[in-house]
Design a protein around this ligand. Structure first.
Ligand code: T3D
Length: 265
């Protein structure tokens, strides 16, 4: 893995690759440089067979404060029309890489996750949060619509009514509310956060990785398809899963009354 990025720290421990957004002085506000690094490192992680789980997190006291508003302010000093949709392609590359990755991607959220940073967390497969975590769809506070995938993932995670409320009022929700709404999969005390994230990620990294990729494909497809499509796809994917070494290992471990040792194949 290439680990030399200007605004990211990349660490690998066994099968767990941790990508840390690293601008703690501005609560990891997102820039083009950061997005390019995220896109590139996530695409590399997909190809690297030694990586079996990815953790996305922020350096310091926050996950991320959304788009860098100082860069926005600089854009608005000129009266030229701003075509932000082209710039958003950089977020979309990151979101596609997360969703298409054939291995689990966890957002580890401590402190605030605002605006585009909040929505990058929502695009991940699972979210483990510290009890000081705060989520805020901050866009409407500055007259913007939710971007960075928020229009897709938020409504699917919390339902349409709640998604509209969170987007229009742009109020913060805390960790326990995020857990109640299904945004957070697991909430832990801040003092235990780093250990809990690593335990959670290492557990996933020792799982049947190839099957996890198929599970992602099934669930990704289910949110935009009908029953018949999903039933057909589950058959196709199960044909692949049943031929995997990890399926054979899982059955053998059950019969031999021992813990399964998955290789990810
Ligand atoms: O890129 C695109 O075109 C796509 C569009 C994306 C749109 C968005 O993401 S819109 C949402 C943008 N984000 C926001 O509106 C959030 C702005 N920040 C805040 O409201 C607050 O900072 C927080 C609620 C996130 C955290 O509050 P708090 O009190 O914990 O921290 P703070 O003191 O406000 O922030 C600490 C420092 O980070 C501070 O710098 P200073 O004064 O110590 O030098 C603050 O200015 C800086 N900071 C925080 N957020 C941003 C930021 N600097 C640049 N951009 C930010 N988004």
């Amino acid at each position: 893995m290439h680990t030399d990025y200007e605004q990211l720290l990349i660490q690998q421990d066994g099968g767990v690759l941790t990508i840390i957004m690293n601008r703690p002085e501005v609560l990891n506000a997102v820039t083009e440089t950061m997005l390019e690094g995220l896109g590139e490192s996530l695409e590399e992680a997909e190809l690297d067979t030694s990586v079996r789980c990815v953790v996305l997190t922020g350096a310091g006291r926050a996950f991320g404060s959304g788009a860098d508003l100082r860069q926005f302010a600089a854009i608005h000093t000129s009266n030229e029309p701003v075509k932000v949709s082209e710039h958003l392609q950089k977020y979309h590359r990151v979101i596609r890489a997360i969703r298409a990755m054939h291995k689990p991607v966890i957002a580890a959220v401590r402190g605030v996750a605002a605006g585009a940073s909040c929505n990058l967390a929502l695009a991940c497969d699972l979210r483990i949060v510290a009890d000081d975590a705060r989520f805020v769809e901050a866009f409407a506070r500055i007259g913007l619509v939710p971007d960075a995938g928020g229009g897709f993932f938020l409504a699917r995670l919390v339902g349409l009514g709640k998604a509209l409320e969170l987007s229009m009022l742009a109020d913060e929700i805390g960790a326990s509310e995020a857990e109640r709404l299904g945004i957070a999969n697991k909430c832990v005390p801040v003092a235990e956060f780093e250990t809990a994230v690593q335990q959670f990620a290492q557990r996933l990294a020792k799982g049947p990785t190839r099957t996890y990729g198929l599970i992602k494909e099934l669930m990704n497809t289910s949110i935009t398809s009908d029953l018949e499509t999903s039933l057909r796809l589950e058959g196709e994917l199960q044909d692949q899963a049943i031929m995997s070494a990890d399926h054979r290992e899982g059955v053998a471990a059950f019969i031999q009354k021992r813990q399964a040792e998955f290789t990810g194949q």
